[in-house]
Write a protein that binds this ligand. Structure first.
Ligand SMILES: [Zn+2]
Length: 335
């Protein structure tokens, strides 16, 4: 059965996968799909995977618009404007133009952290005025949305909060600098710090340390927070290190952006909800008091799919008047 009106497509294009969803005009998500990006991960291979995803999403009928998120810098015309560590040759790709061709509909491309922020803003149905999103995953990304407008900076590069330096001369970061918050509070960093501390004699009594000393055991944030839930001492110390680093970065962001809502999300948060409370308690130590007034801290409402939902809604926002858009986002985000 054909839907009554054309749908909106959302794409999340990363180095590992291309994910897509189809949002019907009534707010129903009728289709989700995912393709791994081929091992070569060249720009052409990623585009091929994106084309396959779009073709599948068009199966039930045409699209009115497409929104897509991708890591790094992207200009207003949807051209990739910076290097992506995990997609060689991605810079210069005319992604917006390519996607519009695949979808036979207007396509908008934005930084993925900005779109996740956009979805979390929309999910609060106007309750948040100025929302800072911090996504903890394999790295740390973010975005800032005020009254429904994404803060872009040049080429959508604003709010790369993962690379705020929180310890001078600290842990080396993939960006080439050291001491970035990402090196203390991303999923892999939380695991790495736990593995390093586990080797120290003072954590001998910790079950987590015992487990991490066994050969072949990979430390990750999930294992750390599982142990944290059981009151493990080492897990508590690692949690404190991550929260402290996040609090410093977020405190600086408060001074710059003055959000009324700070949202922590991303894959790491699935098991690490305790971070929200801890960060909220620590932020005031790192910024003047007025900067903290009227700011609340919340867990993401949408989970790891925020960026994908944000992409579809962002595409729709260009085709719908405000009342229609609010109705669509309410239905899509289950409010
Ligand atoms: Zn960095």
């Amino acid at each position: 059965m054909k839907p009554e009106a054309p749908a909106y497509l959302g794409l999340d294009i990363g180095g590992q996968t291309v994910k897509g969803l189809r949002l019907e005009a009534d707010g129903r998500i009728s289709l989700r799909t995912v393709r791994p990006t081929p091992a070569s991960k060249s720009a052409a291979a990623v585009l091929d995977a994106a084309r396959e995803v779009v073709e599948e999403l068009l199966g039930p009928g045409p699209a009115a618009a497409l929104g897509a998120g991708t890591p790094g810098a992207v200009d207003a015309a949807g051209r990739i404007a910076g290097e992506a560590v995990n997609i060689p040759g991605w810079r210069g790709t005319e992604l917006g133009e390519a996607l519009a061709g695949f979808a036979r509909a207007p396509a908008r491309v934005r930084n993925d952290g900005n779109l996740a922020a956009y979805a979390e803003w929309a999910a609060r149905g106007g309750r948040a005025k100025a929302l800072l999103f911090v996504g903890l995953g394999t790295g740390i990304g973010g975005g800032f949305v005020e009254d429904g407008r994404i803060l872009p900076g040049i080429d959508d590069r604003a709010v790369e909060i993962g690379h705020l330096i929180v310890h001078y001369g600290g842990r080396p970061c993939a960006c080439g600098r050291s001491g970035c918050v990402e090196t203390y509070a991303s999923g892999p960093s939380i695991g790495k710090i736990a593995a390093e501390l586990a080797l120290k004699p003072e954590w001998g009594g910790s079950d987590l340390a015992q487990a991490l000393r066994s050969p072949g055991i990979r430390a990750d944030a999930r294992a750390v927070y599982k142990a944290f839930a059981k009151g493990d001492e080492l897990a508590r110390a690692v949690h404190r290190i991550a929260a402290e680093a996040l609090a410093r970065a977020i405190a600086s962001a408060l001074a710059l952006l003055a959000p009324d809502t700070v949202v922590l999300g991303g894959g790491v948060l699935a098991g690490a909800g305790a971070l929200v409370e801890e960060v909220a308690a620590l932020v005031p130590s790192y910024v003047y008091a007025t900067a903290c007034e009227g700011c609340r801290y919340e867990r993401a409402l949408l989970g790891p799919e925020a960026g994908l939902l944000g992409a579809a809604l962002y595409g729709a926002s260009f085709r719908l008047e405000r009342p229609g858009f609010l109705e669509l986002s309410r239905a899509a985000l289950g409010q």
